[in-house]
Design a binder for this molecule. Structure first.
Ligand code: C2O
Ligand code: CU
Length: 543
C-alpha cells in the first residue's frame, strides 16, 4: 500500500516547560512529533515544507532505504539541507522491515525537538512471535534544552569545552515532578489490571544514554532496532540514543499507581552531568486519583554491570545467517575516541585541529570528520571532485602494526587529523568491523549508528580487543543499527554491504558528531538494475 498524504511543516512554536516559554522547532506544531504508521513493504511519501529560519532535513532512523539512499536524510551526506522556505518530498518503501523506528531532524542539534515515532506493523495476518498484547503504547525518551539548540551547538564548538547537560530529561515530551514547575507536566499511562501491553521505547535523546524502569514491574524485551529478540525479562533496560526497544509489560500488581523513570547512564569516569530523572506515571484503572505512586528505582548513573546485563540478554529470536570467518571480504578496525588537542586556539602557529579549530576533537581512526558544504552523495554520483576522498583507513593511521588482531598502539590514539573521507565497498561485500574505544581525555560508551544497514553484534568486551580471548557469537547475535560500544572496550560487528549508495556511520551523541566522530562508506552498484541506485530525484535541494 501507499501512504502518501503526509504533510510535514517544519515550524517554530512557543512552548512552556520548566517555567519558561520559548520557541522550539517542531513538526506541525507538535512536540513530540506525529507518529507515522505503516505496514511492512508500504511505500511512504512525505512532503516536508520548511517554514523555519534554519536548514532542515528528516532522517528515517532504522529504515534501510533499500535503493533509495537519496531519501535517507543526513544533511550534506545524502542531500543538501532543505533551506528556509523550501520543500522536499521523501519517497521510500519499508522493504521487508517491521517494528519500531523513528524519524528525526538530521541537521545541527535540531532533533532535540524534531522527532517522532515511525511504527511499521507486520502485514495483515502475520502475528507477533509472542501473545498478542491487549494494547500498544509508544514511549519516547528525550532531552530538553532551554537554549536554542542550533545556537547551543555553535556555542559549544566555540567554547572548546564539553556541552552543558540538558535542562531536563523527558518521557513523551514531559519532564515530570523532579523538575521546576513540572508537577503537571507528567506523561500518564493507564492500564487495565491483568492485561499485557507492548511498549515501544525509543531513545530520541541527543547526548545521553538512558536507563528506563517501572516500579514493581518487570519488562520483557522482545524486539530491538526493529528485529525480534528472544524474550528477555529484566527490571530495567538501557537504551542508547538511536536505539529502539519493544518490551512487554503485564499489569500483575495490586491496583494502584507506579512511577515510570528514565535516568542517565554516564559511563565516562569522573564525569557527573545531570542526575535528575524524568518521571512518568503508570496508573491502573480503578486506582484512586490521588494515590501515592510507588517509587521506581534506577541504577546508579555509572552502573556498567546493569548495562552489560541488558546487552548480554539481547539475542536474535532465531538462528541467523552471519557471514562466516572464511567469507569475510573486508576487516576493519576503527578506533573511536575523543582527544584533547595539544594546541592553543589563540596562537596562530599552534592552531587547534578540532572542527572549527576547537580544542576537543572526536574521531574515527584518528580522523575528525569535517562536514562538507555539498551533498557528498550527489558529488559522488556526478563525479564532482574535490569534496571528499576515498581513503578512509581500514585501521588507525600510524599504527598499522597488528598484534593479536589489533593495532599495537591503540592506546596512543591521540592527535586527530581533519578530513572528509569515505571507504568504498563492492556490492555484496561481507564486512567485519571492530570498534575500539580509545581517547586521551576519557573514554565512554559511544552509541555508534550505521545508516542503510543493520549489523550483527557478534562480540564485545572491556579493554583492548585481543583475538586470542575475544569470543564471537555467530549463532544468535542481535541484529541492530546502533551499538553502544562499551566504555573503554570494544564491539565487533558483521554485515553484508548490499545497499548501493553512500551511508553515514557516526556516534549518535550529537556532541560527538559535532566534534567529528563520523565517517562514510560507499556501496557500489551491483551488476543488475535491482542492485543499483536509481537516478537522483529531480527536486533534490541545492546547497
Ligand atoms: Cu538517527 Cu544519523 O541518525
Ligand atoms: Cu560518542
Amino acid at each position: 500500500a501507499s501512504i502518501n498524504n503526509i504533510q510535514i511543516y517544519v515550524q517554530t512554536k512557543r512552548l512552556t516547560r520548566l517555567c519558561q516559554t520559548k520557541e522550539i522547532v517542531t513538526i506541525n506544531g507538535k512536540f513530540p512529533g506525529l507518529a507515522i504508521t505503516a505496514q511492512e513493504d508500504d511505500n511512504i511519501v512525505v512532503n516536508v515544507i520548511n517554514m523555519t529560519p534554519y536548514n532542515a532535513t528528516i532522517h528515517w532512523h532504522g529504515i534501510k532505504q533499500k535503493l533509495s539512499c537519496w531519501y535517507d536524510g543526513p544533511s550534506y551526506i545524502t542531500q543538501c539541507p532543505i533551506q528556509s522556505g523550501q520543500r522536499f518530498t521523501y519517497n521510500f518503501t519499508v522493504t521487508q522491515q517491521k517494528g519500531t523506528f523513528f524519524w528525526h531532524a538530521h541537521f545541527s542539534w535540531l532533533r532535540a525537538t524534531v522527532y517522532g515515532p515511525l511504527i511499521v506493523y507486520p502485514k495483515a495476518n502475520v502475528p507477533y512471535p509472542f501473545k498478542k498484547p491487549f494494547k500498544e503504547h509508544t514511549i519516547l525518551l528525550g532531552e530538553y534544552w532551554l537554549k536554542n539548540v542550533v545556537e547551543l551547538e555553535k556555542h559549544v564548538l566555540e567554547s572548546g569545552g564539553p556541552p552543558p547537560p540538558a535542562d531536563a530529561f523527558t518521557i513523551n515530551g514531559q519532564p515530570g515532578p523532579n523538575y521546576n514547575c513540572s508537577s503537571k507536566d507528567v506523561y500518564e499511562l493507564e492500564i487495565v489490571p491483568r492485561k499485557t501491553y507492548l511498549l515501544r521505547l525509543i531513545n530520541a535523546g541527543i547526548n545521553m544514554e538512558s536507563f528506563f524502569t517501572i516500579a514493581n514491574h518487570r519488562l520483557t524485551i522482545v524486539e530491538v532496532d526493529g528485529e525480534y529478540t528472544k524474550p528477555f525479562t529484566t527490571e530495567r533496560v538501557m537504551l542508547v540514543p538511536g536505539q529502539t526497544m519493544n518490551v512487554l509489560l503485564t499489569a500483575d500488581q495490586p491496583i494502584g499507581r507506579y512511577s515510570i523513570a528514565m535516568g542517565p547512564y554516564e559511563s565516562a569516569k569522573n564525569v557527573k552531568f545531570q542526575h535528575t530523572s524524568a518521571i512518568a506515571s503508570l496508573r491502573y484503572f480503578g486506582a484512586f486519583p490521588n494515590s501515592v505512586a510507588s517509587p521506581a528505582k534506577l541504577p546508579v548513573f555509572n552502573d556498567n554491570i546493569a548495562v552489560k546485563t541488558v546487552m548480554d540478554g539481547l539475542r536474535s529470536l532465531n538462528k541467523v545467517d552471519v557471514p562466516k570467518d572464511v567469507d569475510v571480504d573486508a576487516r576493519l578496525f576503527i578506533t573511536i575516541g575523543i582527544n584533547v588537542n595539544k594546541c592553543n586556539s589563540e596562537d596562530p602557529n599552534n592552531k587547534c585541529q578540532g572542527p572549527r579549530q576547537g580544542r576537543l576533537a572526536a574521531s574515527m581512526n584518528n580522523i575528525s570528520f569535517v562536514e562538507p558544504k555539498v551533498s557528498i552523495l550527489e558529488a559522488y554520483y556526478k563525479k564532482l571532485e574535490g569534496y571528499f576522498t576515498l581513503d578512509f583507513p581500514t585501521a588507525p593511521e600510524k599504527s598499522y602494526d597488528f598484534v593479536n588482531g589489533a593495532p599495537s598502539d591503540i592506546a596512543n590514539d591521540t592527535q586527530a587529523a581533519n578530513g572528509t573521507r569515505a571507504m568504498v565497498f563492492e556490492y555484496g561485500s561481507r564486512i567485519q568491523i571492530i570498534f575500539q574505544n580509545t581517547g586521551t581525555l576519557t573514554t565512554e560508551n559511544h552509541p555508534i549508528h550505521l545508516h542503510g544497514h543493520s549489523f550483527y553484534v557478534i562480540g564485545y568486551g572491556t579493554g583492548n580487543y585481543d583475538q586470542r580471548t575475544a569470543r564471537f557469537n555467530l549463532e544468535d547475535p542481535p541484529y541492530l543499527n546502533t551499538i553502544g560500544v562499551p566504555v573503554g572496550g570494544w564491539a565487533a560487528i558483521r554485515f553484508v554491504a548490499d545497499n548501493p549508495g553512500l551511508w553515514l556511520l557516526h556516534c549518535h551523541f550529537d556532541i560527538h558528531q559535532t566534534w567529528g566522530m563520523s565517517t562514510m562508506f560507499i556501496v557500489k552498484n551491483g551488476k543488475t538494475v535491482v542492485e543499483s541506485l536509481p537516478q537522483p530525484p529531480a527536486d533534490l535541494p541545492k546547497c
